[in-house]
Design a protein around this ligand. Structure first.
Ligand SMILES: [Mg+2]
Length: 219
């Protein structure tokens, strides 16, 4: 089936992780350190160990408010996110911008991200007008894109067959394996963290290689 829809992950694929990392690994540890009277380095270690215990397959891992409540931090998640947005210099990946511009005339472009809405809309603001739909799985569906049902829902909402999609992202399970289970074509963008050991088909190191993946699956 011919590809008609290109679906992108957001964090680590279209936009770098600096913005979300500032929230999880800088601002929250600072607030926790102040509250507990400990150093920020120690606070960061404590928080990171809690994040790791919950893990990225759990909805709570993505929810700023959950962590604010859990650590009983002063203020609100929204206030902190607003502060970061005011001072943050967003970085979209150059290859992503080029590919999004290049493909937008020929394909329907969407985003399927686990990032919560309060992060996602800001992260993508430079390119959001290029996308037909921007899905935050966590905010819109109350689910992590760790099982096929999420991608089936996306296909339904676009009135499309899974075979019409190519999804690309930087999470081996969520972006490469899961959508592939229902017959979507998938590509994994390896931005150099060495996570993938087996080089499989559809593994790319630059989003501009997407055109090659599309050529290889055009029939
Ligand atoms: Mg990602």
């Amino acid at each position: 089936m011919r590809t008609k829809i290109i679906s992108f992950d957001a964090d680590g694929t279209v936009v770098n992780n600096d913005f979300v990392n500032e929230f999880w690994f800088k601002k929250l540890p600072e607030l926790y350190a102040n509250k507990e009277g400990i150093g920020t380095g120690e606070a960061r270690e404590i928080l990171t160990s809690h994040y790791d215990r919950i893990g990225d397959e759990d909805l709570r891992w993505y929810q700023p408010r959950y962590w604010f409540d859990r650590f009983d931090l002063p203020g609100t998640a929204e206030e902190v996110i607003t502060q970061i947005k005011e001072n943050h210099d967003l970085r979209l990946y150059d290859d992503a911008v080029e590919v999004i511009e290049g493909l937008s005339g020929e394909y329907r472009l969407i985003v399927v991200s686990n990032s919560p809405r309060e992060f996602l809309d800001f992260s993508l603001k430079g390119v959001s007008d290029r996308f037909e739909r921007i899905f935050s799985c966590v905010s819109d569906f109350g689910e992590v894109k760790k099982h096929r049902g999420v991608y089936e829902k996306v296909a339904d909402l676009l009135s499309a067959q899974p075979g019409m999609f190519l999804h690309v992202g930087d999470h081996w399970k969520f972006d490469y394996q899961v959508p592939r289970e229902i017959g979507m074509k998938t590509a994994f963008i390896d931005r150099g963290d060495g996570e993938v050991e087996d080089r499989d088909d559809g593994v790319i190191t630059d989003l501009r290689e997407i055109t090659k993946v599309l050529e290889g699956s055009s029939t």
